[in-house]
Design a binder for this molecule. Structure first.
Ligand SMILES: Nc1ncnc2c1ncn2[C@@H]1O[C@H](COP(=O)(O)OP(=O)(O)OP(=O)(O)O)[C@@H](O)[C@H]1O
Ligand SMILES: [Mg+2]
Length: 224
């Protein structure tokens, strides 16, 4: 399997008062199509920074981001924006749904930005797959935490992105709901042949992922 995401020699430092703090230090990571990996690490170890760099929301100081065989590390902001729309799906800790749109309309809007084909059918299929068909006409405030997270997953997978990046998607849920969300991420990742990275603090759900890495001193150590 060729890697969908290939991070090579990623370096990132932040200025912390007088001193420079190196958060990612020559970090390497490869994720293949259909592969679901988890990243663990203490608070402040750089997990969100790593996802931001992989999702071209933030630039690295050094290194290469190869997505779908293309080195995008030096591309313009404009190209990064279209890559984010067409090739990357994001799921965050708080679902980040828009309060004034129904679930169906959120998906419709996201899809229009990324040119999805057979839109209505794709939306219904995904909502059905994720077990929230009955939520299509509801607004976020009418949904439970787990339902909101499912809607956010539907939105992330809508355009069949090459890469899924999820930053603590189960953090606001109890263990059973958190596990369900991880299992749905796994299922969609396999079905769409996406590559998915989930940052998590929850070691109880690691049986759901293919590989586990721990971020320590700016580098990833494989544990599974
Ligand atoms: N934009 C920024 N400017 C300056 N420092 C930053 C910035 N973003 C992150 N940092 C610093 O980089 C380090 C890593 O932050 P990051 O948010 O990636 O950690 P994390 O592993 O996601 O932590 P958590 O588990 O708490 O979410 C922290 O010391 C943080 O203060
Ligand atoms: Mg974080």
């Amino acid at each position: 399997m060729p890697a969908i995401l290939d991070l090579k020699d990623i370096q990132k430092s932040f200025q912390d008062g007088e001193e420079k703090r190196t958060v990612l230090n020559n970090l390497q990571l490869e994720v293949a199509a259909g592969e679901f990996v988890a990243i663990l690490g203490p608070s402040g170890s750089g997990k969100s920074t790593l996802l931001s760099i992989a999702g071209v929301l933030m630039s690295a100081d050094k290194g290469h981001i190869i997505l779908d065989g293309q080195d995008i590390s030096q591309a313009t902001q404009k190209i990064w924006t279209s890559i984010r729309r067409e090739k990357i799906g994001f799921v965050f800790q708080s679902h980040q749904l828009l309060p004034y749109l129904t679930v169906y309309d959120q998906l419709l809007m996201a899809a229009k930005m990324s040119r999805v084909k057979n839109l209505d059918q794709r939306i219904k299929e995904l909502l059905d797959d994720l077990g929230i068909s009955d939520c299509a006409k509801k607004f976020p405030k009418q949904l439970s935490g787990g339902q909101k997270q499912r809607a956010a997953i539907a939105r992330a997978f809508l355009a069949k992105p090459a890469l899924i990046l999820a930053d603590e998607p189960t953090a606001s849920l109890d263990e059973a709901r958190g596990r369900q969300i991880a299992e749905l991420l796994q299922k969609e990742t396999k079905e769409n042949h996406s590559a998915a990275i989930m940052v998590t603090h929850d070691e109880r759900i690691l049986d759901v992922v293919d590989h586990v890495y721990r971020l320590k001193e700016g580098q990833l150590f494989q544990e599974k």
